[in-house]
Design a protein around this ligand. Structure first.
Ligand SMILES: C[S@@+](CC[C@H](N)C(=O)[O-])C[C@H]1O[C@@H](n2cnc3c(N)ncnc32)[C@H](O)[C@@H]1O
Length: 392
């Protein structure tokens, strides 16, 4: 960061002893514009990353190193890359930035979906598109697109085995400029096949280095002979106390962003959980509304069926009444028919009696035999009884 004490920083060695004498209360140091970047607030809060603890250092380093070309190998959600870009933007550094990643994941980071790339792409394009590119390819495939000796700041954070990190460093080494600084993440991971710590130890034999131990470890190597003075001074620290102070202060600053990003993630998860609970509640409410509607329509259907049954019952009762009345009428008709038959039989009897009397009178008067009328009355009497009349 250019400022009143930048010449002192360039000189490096004189700053601290003079500073202590001239700044007994540390106020000047506290007000120094040189440490401003370490207190900047990152923009990419809310994404998962093991890198949050190093964001204040990334702000500070980028501002101090003023790289012309910055390349990151391994970007994932973009916590580290956004910190570099943020420093370029805020410091008006004119740096060209490139993030190289397949955005498919690896065995250490785990495989992840397109959403990660799409989310970063959207975030990136809103803020950094004027000076930054997301290069979606393998690290090796990206090599031909960079000029030899052009990269001032290289951050290696891909696959973390010894062989992979060595390959990444060796293959990108020709691209490094004379001012080159190389960062390695995960120098302090001692598990499984992580081997960055081993490679960084070897590199420390060849180049000035500084290592932060918090946040899984971040190694800084001043690889170019003309590395920025700030980086040379950092890597040149020999006092255990000073090394410890720098480590501790950046660890404190980084812990804040680590904690805040954890909280933001927890909040996001809680929001997602709430949204999911809301969705399930909505579904349950809809199911209850549907069930109520079904119940209502079944009740209505039940009432309609009950009405139909009642109507059918009434019709049956009416039919029964009609049948009783018809039966009654039939009985009445039969009774009347029997009466008429009895009357006819009585009339017949009377006719027979009259006939007999007539016959008797004729015989008295000497006129035997029966006339046609007598036969008719006799035959009618037989038919009325349902019998065949005799001949003659
Ligand atoms: C540990 S993550 C990067 C973390 C990131 N720097 C951050 O700030 O959180 C490692 C990334 O490197 C990528 N990667 C690993 N090996 C790669 C390779 N050879 N080529 C391209 N991408 C690779 C993975 O896809 C993964 O996204």
């Amino acid at each position: 960061m250019p400022g009143a004490d930048s010449a002192g920083r360039e000189r490096g060695e004189a700053v601290e002893s003079d500073g202590v004498a001239a700044d007994p209360f540390g106020l000047k140091a506290l007000l120094s514009p040189g440490i401003d970047p370490a207190f900047w607030v990152p923009e990419r809060i809310g994404v998962m990353s093991a890198w949050w603890a190093h964001v204040p250092f990334a702000f500070w380093l980028t501002t101090m190193a003023r790289p012309r070309v910055l390349v990151e190998l391994g970007t994932h959600n973009g916590a580290s890359y956004a910190a570099f870009c943020e420093a370029v933007l805020r410091g008006k550094l004119g740096t060209r930035c490139y993030a190289v990643d397949t955005w498919a994941g690896d065995e250490h980071a785990g495989a992840y979906g397109e959403q990660v790339y799409n989310d970063l792409r959207e975030f990136h394009d809103k803020r950094y598109v004027a000076f930054s590119e997301l290069v979606r390819s393998t690290f090796d495939e990206a090599l031909p697109f960079f000029l030899d000796g052009s990269v001032d700041l290289l951050h290696i954070d891909g696959y973390h085995t010894y062989e992979a990190v060595k390959h990444d460093f060796d293959s990108w080494r020709p691209k490094l400029s004379d001012r080159a600084v190389v960062l390695f993440h995960d120098t302090n991971v001692r598990k499984g096949d992580f081997g960055v710590y081993r490679f960084f130890a070897e590199l420390s034999q060849q180049f000035p280095t500084f290592e932060f131990q918090h946040g899984f470890g971040l190694g800084v190597a001043a690889v170019g002979p003309d590395a920025p003075a700030a980086v040379k001074q950092l890597c040149g620290l020999t006092s255990e106390a000073e090394i410890g102070t720098v480590r501790e202060r950046f660890a404190h600053l980084g812990a804040r962003w680590f904690a805040i990003s954890q909280d933001a993630l927890a909040l996001q998860n809680a929001h997602q959980w709430l949204a999911e609970a809301d969705r399930q509640l909505g579904e349950a409410q809809q199911r209850a509304i549907d069930a109520e509607a079904r119940l209502r329509s079944e009740q209505e259907a039940g009432r309609a069926r009950a009405k139909e049954v009642e109507a059918a019952r009434q019709q049956a009762a009416e039919a029964r009444r009609d049948a009783d009345a018809a039966r009654q009428e039939a009985r009445e008709a039969l009774r009347r028919a029997e009466e008429r038959a009895q009357e006819a039989a009585a009339a017949l009897q009377r006719a027979l009696d009259a006939e007999q009397e007539l016959a008797w009178r004729r015989s008295e008067m000497g006129q035997p035999g029966r006339g046609a009328a007598t036969h008719f009355v006799r035959d009618f009497g037989y038919r009325l009884r349902g019998r065949k009349p005799p001949a003659g």
